[in-house]
Design a protein around this ligand. Structure first.
Ligand SMILES: [Zn+2]
Ligand SMILES: [Zn+2]
Length: 311
């Protein structure tokens, strides 16, 4: 009886917080919608892209949320996490809201009748289905919870050393180049230095090669290589390149921008072209922009991770 009562209590409590959290989720999601309208109107990606180079630990969605609430934020952690590293959130500081996914474990076996909780075996530290211990257990997203974080500027205490990729790489551009080439090679692509016609470079999924024009300065070649690797990773299954060209080029430029900015690489010819977003598609521009931002962020992180492993 008592057990039943306790479970019920927890359930009700949970439902309460769930309602509140989903209000907040809606609020935060509409903030993102607004911001995307702004992005589309001003065609200004650079602020946002600059920002995500400093927020590599967060999902694209949360990076965007942090950005909307504090464009200057550089290093964001929860209250307790700050305490752990010897810093204290200053009195009266307003928290930044992000959303943490709520994950539940459920039976993932096709046709299994068990829809509820799975059982945790303390001894083996495994979860299993009460219908059959052999059933596969999956993790399912059940919703989001509002989480409060603070930027380092809102805290005081022990100085912390923030080593970013810029410090780590220094002027090691050859190493960065080699790391990018290895990344391409790990996808079975060759990187060739040769004339690329009227372009600075191109990526051919058919021939599995990336061609980079060697006549540009080194920094610019790195930028072009990052752009082409962007195409390699994001655009392999594209069939409508001609119709959606502006969008795909913007995505590749976005990736090159984030990678070079994060590494502190600038070249003589530092110019990025972000195609005018509002002409991307007749349908749902906003939806396309969201997808693109997500893709740019995911791909840049993948490239930066690969570089970080090497340099
Ligand atoms: Zn089952
Ligand atoms: Zn391109």
């Amino acid at each position: 009886m008592i057990l039943y009562y306790t479970t019920r209590q927890t359930k009700e409590k949970k439902m309460d917080t769930k309602v509140k959290a989903s209000d907040r989720v809606e609020e935060l999601t509409s903030l993102i919608d607004e911001k995307i309208d702004e992005l589309i109107e001003n065609n200004d990606w650079s602020n946002y892209l600059r920002f995500i180079t400093t927020q590599r630990n967060y999902s694209w969605f949360n990076s965007l949320l942090i950005f909307l609430q504090d464009q200057e934020a550089t290093f964001v952690r929860g209250y307790k996490q700050w305490e752990k590293i010897g810093r204290q959130v200053k009195k009266g500081e307003k928290a930044i809201d992000i959303l943490a996914p709520q994950i539940a474990r459920r039976c993932a076996e096709k046709g299994c009748s068990h829809k509820g909780r799975v059982i945790f075996n303390r001894a083996t530290k495994n979860f299993y289905c009460p219908v059959d211990e052999g059933h596969r257990i999956g993790q399912f997203l059940t919703g989001f919870r509002d989480v409060k974080v603070f930027d380092i500027a809102q805290t005081v205490g022990e100085p912390i050393k923030m080593l970013d990729l810029k410090d780590k790489c220094g002027n090691a551009t050859q190493e960065i180049w080699d790391a990018l080439v290895s990344l391409a090679e790990s996808h079975d692509f060759k990187v060739i230095l040769a004339g690329a016609g009227s372009a600075e470079g191109y990526c051919s999924h058919e021939r599995k090669e990336i061609v980079i024009d060697p006549s540009n300065d080194f920094g610019y070649r790195v930028k072009v290589l990052a752009h082409e690797i962007g195409h390699l990773l994001m655009h392999k299954d594209i069939t409508d390149y001609q119709q959606q060209r502006g969008r795909y080029e913007t995505e590749a430029e976005g990736v090159a921008w984030v990678v070079c900015e994060a590494l502190g690489i600038h070249s003589e010819d530092d110019n990025y072209s972000f195609g005018y977003i509002s002409i991307w598609g007749k349908d749902d521009v906003k939806k396309l922009v969201k997808e693109s931002l997500k893709r740019i962020e995911k791909t840049s992180k993948e490239i930066l991770d690969a570089i970080e492993d090497v340099v």
